[in-house]
Design a protein around this ligand. Structure first.
Ligand code: SAM
Length: 268
C-alpha cells in the first residue's frame, strides 16, 4: 500500500491525548537519562507537551528541537511553549531529517508505530545523533493490550478492525517487540530495553482520562476507518457507546504494553 495511505491514517486530527502527556509521566526512561546542557531532538513531538519537559531539564545551556510533519501541531507547540530558552519547534519529516551527528539524544515516542517504513526512519534518527550519543525509541505492542474485565464484543471487534486497518497500511502493531532487532540493523550498540507499560486502575485519580483512550480512537480514527470502508458508522458508534457504558459500569483496569529501547551510536 502506498506511503501516502499510511501518512493519511497516521494524521492526528485531535490532540487532547498528547496535550495531556508530560516527560515525567509519559517518557520515563528519557527523564532518567537527561542531563543539563544536553542537545536533544524529539521527533514526532506533536504539540510539545513532552518536549517542553525535556527543555526544562537540559536548561538554557542545552538545546532542544521538537519536530513533527503536521504543521497544525507544530503551530500549537510554538504557541504553547514560546518562552522556554533553547527550545524550538520545526516542521520536518522523520524520513528526511536535515541533521548529521548533532544531538546527544535523538528520541521518538509513539511515532514509529505509525510508519510504514520504521527502519528507514530509525536510520535517519541514527544519522542525526552524535557519535557516542543515544537513540531512544518508546513504542507499543498493540496486540498485548489487556483489560479487566474483557471489553464488550462490539469494541473488541472494532479494535481488531483497527489493528487490521493499521497493518493494511504497512504499520507494525507489534513494533515494541521488534525494536531491538531494528536497532541492531541500524548499527546501534549497548542496547537496553526498559518496560514502561501504561497501567490504569479504577482507583487512580486520572482513571477516566486513561481508560477513555480507546473511546477516543473510536471517535477519531474510527471516522477515518468508516470513510475508508473498513467498518460501518453503526458498528463504530455501537462500539464506542458499549465501551463507554463498560467504562461507567464495569471497567477495573487497562494495561498498554510499552517499551523504551535505547542504543549508542558507535564512534568512528
Ligand atoms: C501518537 S503521536 C505522539 C506524540 C508525542 N511524541 C507523544 O508521545 O505524546 C505521533 C506523532 O508523530 C507525528 N508523525 C507521524 N508521522 C511522522 C513523520 N513521518 N515525521 C514526523 N512526525 C510524524 C504525528 O504528527 C504525531 O504528532
Amino acid at each position: 500500500m502506498a506511503a501516502e495511505v499510511a501518512k493519511e491514517r497516521a494524521t492526528l486530527k485531535e490532540s487532547g491525548i498528547i496535550d495531556a502527556r508530560s516527560l515525567k509521566r509519559s517518557h520515563k526512561r528519557l527523564a532518567e537519562i537527561l542531563q543539563p546542557r544536553m542537545t536533544v531532538l524529539d521527533i514526532g513531538c506533536g504539540t510539545g507537551a513532552i518536549t517542553s519537559g525535556i527543555a526544562e531539564i537540559v536548561g538554557p545551556n542545552g538545546r532542544v528541537i521538537g519536530i513533527d510533519n503536521n504543521p497544525a501541531l507544530i503551530e500549537k507547540a510554538r504557541q504553547n511553549y514560546k518562552n522556554i530558552p533553547g527550545l524550538t519547534f520545526e516542521i520536518a519529516d522523520i524520513y528526511n531529517l536535515p541533521f548529521h551527528n548533532e544531538f546527544d539524544i535523538v528520541t521518538s515516542a509513539r511515532v514509529l508505530q505509525w510508519l510504514e517504513n520504521p527502519q528507514t526512519a530509525l536510520n535517519q534518527m541514527v544519522q542525526s545523533t552524535k557519535h557516542n550519543g543515544q537513540v531512544l525509541v518508546l513504542d507499543y505492542n498493540h496486540t498485548k493490550i489487556s483489560w479487566e474485565p474483557d471489553i464488550p464484543e462490539t469494541m473488541q471487534n472494532f479494535y481488531d478492525a483497527f489493528l487490521k486497518w493499521r497493518s493494511d497500511a504497512g504499520m507494525d502493531n507489534e513494533i515494541a517487540d521488534h525494536l531491538t532487532k531494528m536497532f541492531e540493523e541500524s548499527g546501534l550498540t549497548n542496547l537496553k530495553v526498559t518496560v514502561q507499560n501504561e497501567m490504569t486502575k479504577r482507583t487512580d485519580n486520572d482513571f477516566q482520562k486513561h481508560i477513555e483512550i480507546l473511546a477516543g480512537v473510536a471517535s477519531s480514527k474510527g471516522i477515518q476507518m468508516v470513510n475508508d470502508g473498513t467498518i460501518t458508522e453503526s458498528q463504530r458508534a455501537r462500539a464506542e457507546d458499549d465501551f463507554r457504558k463498560w467504562i461507567n459500569e464495569r471497567a477495573k483496569s487497562q494495561v498498554m504494553y510499552l517499551l523504551a529501547v535505547e542504543g549508542t551510536k558507535k564512534s568512528n
